[in-house]
Design a binder for this molecule. Structure first.
Ligand SMILES: Nc1ncnc2c1ncn2[C@@H]1O[C@H](COP(=O)(O)OP(=O)(O)O)[C@@H](O)[C@H]1O
Ligand SMILES: [Mg+2]
Length: 508
């Protein structure tokens, strides 16, 4: 007897439909799974046999061959368990419903429980595209699956639930359609707690408004970490498309919160400096997303930047430009998106007090230079905004004057983002930092005075083409925060001011 059941597989972020074909025939009893299935898939044989006992079923005493088609695509993971089990039942003649537009995803445990798997959202989105109208998923993944519109989702906790559903004794109610929740931006931290640091706060506001990378340099205790950690409180709202993209990455990493499956808050990742290159950019035998991909559409904060291993930092260069990272393995290559804002903080020298108004720096010139040079020129060039964070004086710290709240700053950020959304409607561009070369001149009109200033600084500062490009993009953002269509001299001047630290610290 033959049966065919739909399921889904996953490689990296790429989901694909899998036909689970089962044939039961006479002959020496065996249970084989073929179709480029790896060890993790073959292990499902033992789980399925045991699960049959859990509901009083009888695994066929016959030749059972399961083929996972297409046979030329590698299959890994335990998500096919449920579909294989259902296919065997069907081939036994025990399940006769029309399942041509139904797919099954889930791991089956020895006692018949259906366990959650990772990557459910990308798989169900793929099912939707393939014309599948209903999916059976582990109960714990049901809410996540319901994010895909137009697919009926049934969450099942045990194989018995599925049998009862189809024999009509206890039908499973479809999961309610996902209702997007407004992002909860309520945080326990706020920029109002940071005294002074006007310039740094402004720089962070521009970074948030235009999606720019930002580097803070300053003496210890000046509030760099404090400033960076509050960035999520002013970040603009995510679009639904951005939420889906980020959730897909979190889903394949098994990081989806089952009660709040859709990532609606921009991710903020702050890895410790001992992180490996693979941890940061992705890797492993089955290539998994790194922190840069988990931070997709959000922020990666690298505190104490020079403490990171230099090769690890250099690995960031390509993904920062390409906004995606490809990991190659013998089993194939996987591409993950990684469009993130890079925020970094560092001391100016090993002791931290170079340039401090009262404390004496104890570093030799040589040591200070070595320290600063751990950040290569090309990496430095990728920070659109550089800002010095000086020590706060006692007067500012003890002042009771109210500082501006994150909510007030966020309102301006949001307004600037809305201008950008209108500007880039119909393109893939999400913010000023991602303006492509073909659109550059069209969307960045500079006044005559602005152009003159640009020309002067370009020659005087010996800017690279990349630095020029970034100055104009930051000026674009500054102009947006003032609702100015044209980029004027003052916007250029401010953007240039945010590119002067490399000259101060990195030059002899
Ligand atoms: N501008 C500031 N306003 C209020 N408190 C500050 C400020 N700067 C520093 N602090 C205090 O000093 C602590 C250390 O700041 P931190 O952000 O860790 O400095 P850095 O990262 O520059 O070394 C903070 O937790 C905070 O208590
Ligand atoms: Mg710090």
């Amino acid at each position: 007897m033959f049966a065919k059941i739909n399921s889904l597989g996953l490689f990296g972020l790429n989901a694909f439909v899998v036909d689970v074909e089962t044939e039961i025939s006479r002959g020496t009893p065996c249970f084989d799974i073929v179709g480029l299935a790896d060890v993790s898939v073959k292990e499902s044989r033992d789980r399925i046999k045991a699960a049959f006992r859990s509901f009083g079923g009888q695994f066929p005493v016959a030749r059972v061959v399961v083929n996972l088609a297409p046979a030329d695509t590698r299959k890994a993971g335990s998500m096919f368990d449920l579909a294989i089990l259902v296919a065997v039942l069907r081939a036994q003649g025990l399940l006769n419903a029309d399942l041509s537009e139904t797919a099954f995803i889930g791991e089956v445990s020895l006692n018949g429980d259906i366990r959650a798997v990772s990557g459910v959202l990308p798989m169900v989105l793929c099912a939707q595209k393939a014309g599948i109208t209903e999916v059976f998923v582990p109960a714990d993944n049901a809410y996540e699956a319901s994010v895909a519109e137009g697919v009926k989702v049934y969450g099942a906790a045990n194989v018995k639930d599925i049998l009862d559903h189809f024999n009509g004794t206890r039908p499973i109610a479809p999961a309610p359609p996902y209702v997007p929740k407004a992002a909860e931006y309520f945080e326990h931290i706020d920029y109002a707690e940071v005294k002074g640091q006007r310039l740094a706060k402004k720089a962070l506001e521009y970074a948030a408004a235009g999606g720019h990378n930002l580097l803070m340099i300053g003496t210890p205790g000046s509030g760099k970490s404090m400033l960076a950690k509050r960035l999520p409180t002013i970040l603009p709202q995510m679009s639904f498309r951005e939420s889906i993209e980020t959730t897909n990455v979190h889903s394949v990493s098994g990081l989806v919160d089952k009660d709040n499956p859709l990532v609606v808050k921009r991710p903020f990742y702050s890895p410790h400096h001992i992180i490996s290159g693979a941890g940061l950019c992705g890797g492993g035998t089955t290539p998994r997303p790194g922190q840069i991909s988990l931070a997709h559409n959000g922020v990666l904060f690298l505190d104490e930047l020079p403490e990171f291993a230099r090769p690890t930092l250099e690995m960031l260069r390509q993904p920062l430009e390409d906004r995606q990272v490809t990991i190659s393995r013998a089993s194939g290559s996987v591409t993950y998106p990684c469009s993130f804002m890079l925020i970094a903080a560092m001391n100016p020298c090993p002791c931290g007090y170079m340039g401090h108004p009262t404390k004496k720096c104890t570093c030799s010139r040589q040591k200070a230079k070595e320290y600063i040079n751990r950040i290569s020129g090309p990496l430095l060039d990728r920070f659109d905004i550089h800002v010095e964070v000086g020590p706060v004086d006692f007067k500012a710290l003890s002042s009771t004057a109210k500082e501006e709240s994150s909510a007030a700053i966020r309102e301006r950020v949001q307004a600037a983002r809305e201008i950008q959304q209108r500007r880039f409607a119909g393109t893939d561009i999400t913010c000023n930092a991602r303006i492509t070369a073909d659109l550059f001149h069209e969307v960045c009109p500079v006044t005559k005075e602005g152009t003159e200033l640009l020309e002067q600084v370009f020659e005087k500062m010996g800017l690279s083409a990349r630095a020029y490009d970034r100055i104009v993009k930051v000026a674009r953002t500054i102009a947006d925060t003032e609702n100015s269509e044209m980029i004027d001299k003052k916007h250029i001047a401010q953007a240039v001011q945010f590119r002067t630290l490399d000259r101060k610290y990195w030059n002899d």
